[in-house]
Design a protein around this ligand. Structure first.
Ligand SMILES: C[S@@+](CC[C@H](N)C(=O)[O-])C[C@H]1O[C@@H](n2cnc3c(N)ncnc32)[C@H](O)[C@@H]1O
Length: 353
């Protein structure tokens, strides 16, 4: 059974699910949901997985509240403000790193046959974990294409040596983190098939150009997730709409098909897909986050985006998105070029260093 890219029926199977606009949100373990999907049915994946694997386990989420034990730790305060707990990936031991490898290899093995040939997979990570996560995804056949660099000040690195601050005032232990890598992968094109043929046959293989006709770029100036978005969706790893709308837009070269986020969280990918008029499916295992996504997606979708938007058109007021499929969509409000206030972000920016 295939899925018609122009009028896709979004499959929730027997898992609890809800719909909003062109989107489906499913309460399930994505490994289980993916196993039920037909082969060659997913056009693109844009996702922010639990890249330390442990951090979204029920026990770790309970311990997160205190921020003193487990993987979530409250970063040191250097300006008097108490910060939200962040996962400390440097704490992962050899066995846990092996578990990360196993998790992503298994995920890629299940995902690969469900992707259409040429389908792109965008995977959020951080500079500390990306080698491990990306190489694991490549082990079982996903083709590594490049990294998309989201320019964003993180809390990682830049510190003077612990307890040696006075002695070594001119030293920092690591560079201060200023980017977030997104791995860009692709299901290999059928042997001998040129890109133009893959686009004709499967509608996949390339990336959609920006709305101004310029190529999609591998560096995206970004912002911390704005406070107003965090007020809508209180998820520890909420990504900003100004970033997600650019990534999601580029993921479907012809503007047709389904974008899947197997690790949906509070639904920033799904809201972005709605904003650009795409069909999408989000899967979330944690009941509270699934419920949160149901409430947050309509509100995040309704937001205009502030801050750096790169690939989206510069405009004031309303931008009528032009969809390749010619599907009439609601105009999406956007007010670009206004730098957002430097809110304290809630993306996972690892502490320590
Ligand atoms: C890093 S967060 C994604 C947050 C998302 N970027 C957002 O903006 O809200 C990863 C999410 O994946 C969920 N998750 C972890 N393992 C999962 C699995 N096997 N299936 C589905 N969801 C899973 C976690 O509960 C968590 O909400």
């Amino acid at each position: 059974m295939g899925i018609d890219p122009k009028t896709p029926q979004l499959p929730g199977f027997n898992f609890p699910h809800r719909t909003y606009g062109h989107s489906l949100m499913v309460h399930a373990d994505c490994f289980h949901w993916l196993r039920k999907m037909p082969e060659n049915s997913i056009d693109a994946v844009v996702t922010d997985p639990p890249y330390g694997v442990r951090e979204y386990e029920a026990r770790e989420l309970e311990q997160r509240q205190c921020g003193k034990t487990g993987i979530w730790r409250i970063p040191p305060s250097f300006d008097g403000n108490k910060r939200a707990p962040l996962p400390r990936f440097t704490a992962l031991d050899h066995q846990e790193r092996q578990a990360v490898r196993h998790f992503f290899r298994e995920w890629a093995t299940i995902l690969l046959p469900k992707l259409k040939p040429g389908a792109h997979v965008f995977v959020a990570c951080n500079a500390f974990m990306s080698q491990l996560v990306f190489s694991s995804l490549m082990d079982d056949g996903l083709e590594f294409r490049t990294q998309i660099i989201r320019l964003i000040q993180t809390l990682r690195g830049g510190d003077r040596p612990k307890l040696g601050e006075q002695e070594f005032p001119d030293v920092c232990s690591l560079p201060r983190g200023s980017y977030e890598p997104w791995g860009l992968f692709r299901k290999p094109l059928p042997k001998g098939m040129p890109l133009r043929e893959c686009l004709r046959t499967h509608g996949t293989g390339g990336l959609r150009r920006r709305m101004d006709g310029k190529p999609f770029l591998d560096v995206i100036p970004s912002e911390r997730t704005p406070r107003r978005e965090r007020h809508i969706a209180n998820h520890p790893s909420l990504k900003p709409q100004s970033l997600m709308r650019q990534l999601v837009w580029s993921a479907l070269p012809l503007g047709e098909g389904i974008v899947v986020d197997p690790f949906m969280g509070s639904g920033s990918t799904i809201a972005a897909a709605e904003a650009v008029g795409y069909h999408s499916i989000g899967i979330e295992r944690h009941r509270d986050y699934y419920t949160l996504a149901g409430k947050a997606v309509p509100q995040l979708h309704a937001l205009s985006t502030h801050g750096p938007t790169g690939g989206l058109p510069s405009c004031n007021g309303q931008a009528q998105l032009e969809l390749g499929a010619g599907v009439p969509v609601e105009p999406v409000a956007c007010h670009f070029g206004v730098a957002a206030a430097a809110d304290a972000g809630c993306d996972r920016t690892p502490a320590g260093g």
